[in-house]
Design a binder for this molecule. Structure first.
Ligand code: ACK
Length: 988
């Protein structure tokens, strides 16, 4: 009793010490909602203790600010069979689905109390009971569910009390899914000396956040520790949705990658996740514009929130002018107009206007007016006047005008026109010239016909030329026999538009041409017209012309055909030349074998990215959901629709905002690596997005995620042949990599992805070379992180990474696959693993693992790397096994899937007995120093240690409680391992 009183006194005095350093209740982080905080309760806690006497006791102490703290204490370490319960009052659940309980407590080290062995405990139990109302305060203890046994990381001793050393433990436990309106918590003491200093119960939420201009409300996290809650955002004021805004709330109360976004309405701009109105003198016309901009030249805005600016007086904007363009004016007139008359044609030439009005779209229109001599009366020129190149929208400063009337007065105006001319057309935009055309010969007679044909005569008639250009004084008809030489023609002249042709030869075809004459001379002869004297003739224009056309057509076809042939020839020549050059230039091909090129050997790593990864336009990508967190940012799944290709599912690795250029290059280096590979068992790169943010790497989507998780989820579900198929795929991918001289360095089941057809693909080519991000990475003595359990000894000790060290890792992957995702070397520490391997131990065959496969694993783990098989040999061996399934029948049978004591020796040391002795076992768990204690106490075999407890250890002189715990937990493992074993205890 005296001892007890001393302890209680000590506890209380120590609390005072603790409380001096115990911070006052903190204001909770934004992502926590407190349901109970014992430190902020005013007055007594008044929780229910049973038994009411002699068990938990409420003790009030003061912290350094003299604020009372309520604590509960119990310390019945001398009495056996303690069962002291302490229940909180009813705590309302609120919106929580999963709650967190943070307990701060102190605990007395039993070893430091004399005479308490057997009764003193160093743990207590935490329970909860859900209830819809506060009517189950006294519910029977058996109705409570256990959350956990809580042990102290730190316990204090008499010496600590003397030194007033603060040893406050903080433990957090969580429990869910809760469904009732509230719950009670209970603390069961079974004989410890313990003080509950504070109990803080809370749940987590993702706090209200605004991302991409969408507001996401306070969101309670999901019930599951791994669940993501999808939340739809709503656009902030003065903004509208561009793509549905969504975000995921993670279980830790952190928001993950935002998807979709809102854009500020026109007249507003984005400022720190808000839309701010544009100031006077500024405008923003489209939601896609970057921000408010100053009104462009010659424009203004007089109100806030302008979506465009009005033009100053005398300035205009065309319908197609963007709002950002300055307002402009019509151009001034062209100048230096020069005319050059040639008979009935005129060539007009001018210089551009001195002012274009501030625009680039200057063109010219020609206005032609025909004026009556000596009067001012003018009328528009007829439609028959021809302009070259055209009359309107001329870009050049020259036009030729044809088919004017001879001897006629004309006025030509040249107008300078731009996009805003129509707002203010004025004669100031034109320059004009007046001129008179010269005399000109008549134009051609276009049509000649015949009638009254007899054996010796025929009558011809025709139309006046379209442009007589004066008075026609005479027509001339030239004709000759079709079969005769053209030079032996005859001429008939007439003043009328017809002529009787006489003295013709019967049944003969004649060719006729007609021309007109004015004072200016003869016009050109008409085209040939053919008539015969034996029948009623039809103009032969068609015939003569059509044979000419036919000829032209045939000639044209021949030319086109020839052209096609020549082009095809040149093209195929060039292609074959191109592909030859391409091959010649392909720098990662050496003597027909493609060699991997390290992107970091490029002077500019961006060049490697451009060379090996295709740039994808973000508009082709649809992000759908977050599937995980990578080193550089979220990993999402989504869809990719490239033009002309069908839509496919893809995985999208994103680079989170705020990265440095080096991080960007490190992130993209993975794409430069994967982009060099093309193999069914290597993850396929679709491309990258580097030109806009977020920067992304797009790969094929692997529906079943990483191999280790996939195997754990499907424990025992596959046939051995299916598992060997998986291994064969991975080996084939690795053979491809080693053929390309690529060393992976981080081959492990977690870095293999599985698709819906169970095809496995090697992945994770990122910074795994450096392995800073590797979750299994441990720093070695030589620096740098290495995933110890997967890595060959020579790579651990002197960083000799080769395809042979990849083979070692492949052996570990084989073991992971055959044990359905078991952790290699279970919970042994990295140091113990290194030591065990060094001493020749190797992992035993997993349960039901065919001996042939375990034999292959052992070969992969040969100490000498030259003795390990090559990947090509591994593929061949697995192929052989698949072809002869009978060879897979023999299994190690009795081997355990999870027994650390059944580590095998390497094949070279197979003859050595491999069942761990007590000495070996102690060595494995790193407590060799107790070898003597065990020997002296008579524990000579593994079996003999099985029934051991704390008391036995204390009797042997092992008093350190951490060591006791480690030994007893290893004994428990030994026990479960023995249950797994069937007959033989000596796996080979
Ligand atoms: O183990 P998992 O489900 O598979 O979670 C991780 C997560 O993203 C972070 O790396 C998953 N992951 C990565 N690449 C792909 C992919 N191409 N297809 C499907 N899941 C992927 C990985």
């Amino acid at each position: 009793m005296a001892l007890m009183a001393g302890i209680i006194y000590a506890l209380t005095s120590l609390f005072l010490g603790i409380c001096a350093g115990l911070s006052a209740p903190r204001s909770p982080p934004a992502n926590e909602v407190t349901l109970l905080d014992s430190r902020s309760v005013q007055g007594e806690l008044a929780w229910v203790a049973s038994p009411t006497e002699g068990g938990w006791e409420e003790v009030s102490i003061m912290d350094e600010k003299n604020i009372p703290i309520r604590t509960y204490q119990v310390c019945n370490v001398m009495e056996p069979s303690q069962n002291n319960w302490l229940r909180t009052h009813w705590i309302q659940r609120g919106a929580a689905q999963r709650i967190y309980i943070e307990i701060k407590f102190t605990l007395r080290d039993c070893n430091s109390l004399p005479g308490v062995i057997g009764t003193c405990k160093e743990t207590f139990n935490l329970y909860y009971l859900e209830s819809d109302s506060d009517n189950e305060r006294y519910a029977h203890e058996s109705r409570f569910s256990k959350i956990d046994t809580v042990a102290a990381d730190e316990s204090f001793t008499q010496v600590d009390i003397g030194d007033r050393i603060m040893k406050l433990n903080t433990e957090v436990r969580d429990v869910g899914v809760l469904s009732r309106a509230g719950f009670y918590l209970a603390f069961q003491d079974v004989g410890a000396c313990i003080a509950l200093v504070s109990v803080h119960v809370f749940y987590k939420k993702c706090p209200l956040a605004v991302r991409n201009l969408a507001q996401f409300p306070d969101t309670v996290t999901g019930a599951d520790t791994s669940s993501l809650v999808e939340v739809r955002g709503s656009c902030v004021d003065h903004s509208e949705e561009q793509e549905v805004p969504k975000m995921y709330c993670g279980a830790d109360g952190e928001w993950l990658v935002p998807i979709g976004n809102c854009l500020c309405n026109p007249g507003y701009e984005e400022r720190i996740e808000q839309c701010q109105v544009c100031k006077v003198g500024y405008y923003r016309s489209l939601s896609s514009d970057v921000g408010c901009r100053k009104c462009p030249l010659h424009s203004y805005s007089v109100k806030e929130g302008a979506t465009s600016c009005d033009c100053d007086k005398g300035y205009y904007r065309s319908e197609t002018d963007p709002a950002a363009m300055p307002c402009t004016r019509p151009p001034s007139a062209p100048h230096n107009l020069i005319s050059n008359v040639n008979e009935t044609s005129v060539l007009l030439d001018w210089s551009p206007p001195l002012s274009s009005g501030g625009r680039q779209d200057l063109t010219y229109n020609v206005v032609c007016k025909q004026c009556v001599r000596d009067t001012q009366r003018c009328s528009p020129c007829g439609d028959d006047v021809r302009y070259s190149p055209q009359r309107l929208s001329l870009r050049s400063t020259r036009v030729s005008v044809h088919q004017l009337q001879a001897h006629t007065n004309y006025t030509f105006q040249i107008w300078a026109i731009n996009g805003v001319s129509k707002h203010n057309p004025s004669p100031e935009q034109a320059v004009s010239v007046t001129l008179t055309t010269n005399q000109a010969a008549p134009s051609m007679v276009m049509s000649v016909q015949s009638k009254d044909i007899t054996r010796h005569t025929l009558a011809l008639f025709w139309d006046q030329p379209e442009k007589p250009n004066g008075v026609i004084l005479e027509y001339e008809v030239k004709y000759y026999e079709k079969d005769q030489n053209e030079r032996s023609y005859r001429i008939v002249k007439t003043t009328s538009r017809n002529a009787d042709i006489k003295d013709l030869t019967p049944l003969t075809s004649y060719v006729f041409h007609v021309r007109a004459r004015t004072a200016a001379g003869y016009g050109d002869f008409s085209a040939p017209f053919e008539f015969s004297t034996n029948t009623v003739a039809a103009p032969v224009v068609g015939g003569v012309m059509s044979s000419a056309v036919l000829l032209l057509l045939v000639a044209g076809c021949v030319v086109v055909l020839l052209l096609i042939l020549i082009i095809t020839f040149i093209f195929t020549k060039r292609r074959s030349k191109y592909s030859k050059t391409k091959q010649g230039e392909d720098k990662n091909v050496q003597q027909g074998v493609r060699i991997y090129v390290d992107p970091f050997t490029y002077e500019d790593p961006n060049q490697a990215i451009r060379e090996f990864a295709k740039e994808i336009n973000t508009s082709c990508i649809k992000i759908e959901k977050v599937i995980g967190i990578g080193e550089f940012g979220e990993v999402c799944s989504g869809r990719l629709k490239l033009p002309g290709k069908r839509e496919i599912c893809v995985a999208i690795k994103t680079l989170k905002a705020g990265f440095t250029e080096q991080q960007r290059l490190d992130f993209l280096s993975e794409a430069s690596v994967i982009g060099q590979f093309d193999h069914p068992n290597i993850i396929h790169l679709e491309g990258v997005v580097t030109k806009c943010k977020p920067v992304m790497i797009i790969t094929e989507y692997m529906e079943n995620g990483s191999l280790d998780m996939f195997l754990r989820k499907n424990d025992g579900r596959f046939t051995v042949i299916q598992l060997v198929g998986i291994l064969r795929g991975i080996a084939s991918g690795m053979k491809y990599l080693s053929d390309m001289s690529y060393v992976h360095r981080d081959l492990a089941a977690r870095n293999i992805l599985v698709n819906s057809n169970l095809v496995c693909k090697v992945s994770d080519f990122g910074m795994s070379r450096v392995l800073e991000d590797e979750p299994e990475g441990a720093y070695t003595t030589r620096g740098g992180k290495i995933p110890i359990r997967w890595t060959a000894p020579e790579a651990i000790t002197y960083r000799k990474f080769t395809s042979a060290s990849d083979v070692w890792s492949y052996g570990i992957v084989m073991w992971e696959v055959m044990s359905y995702g078991e952790r290699p070397y279970w919970d042994m520490s990295n140091q113990d693993v290194i030591k065990a391997i060094e001493e020749g131990y190797r992992l035993p065959p997993p349960m039901e693992c065919p001996l042939a496969l375990h034999q292959l694993m052992l070969e992969c783990w040969m100490r000498e790397r030259a003795d390990r098989p090559k990947f090509s040999q591994i593929v061949n061996m697995l192929d052989k096994l698949i072809r002869n399934p009978a060879t897979l029948k023999r299994t190690a049978g009795d081997a355990s899937r999870s027994h650390p004591s059944t580590i095998n020796h390497a094949p070279s040391e197979c003859s050595a007995p491999s069942l761990a002795s007590v000495d070996d076992w102690l060595k494995l768990i790193g407590l060799e120093q107790y070898r003597e204690n065990f020997n002296t106490a008579g524990y000579s075999s593994i079996e003999s240690v099985i029934p051991m407890n704390h008391e036995d250890l204390a009797k042997m002189g092992i008093s350190c409680s951490a060591h006791q715990r480690k030994i007893l937990s290893s004994v428990e493992d030994l026990l479960s391992g023995m249950h797994h074993r069937q007959d033989s205890k000596v796996p080979v």
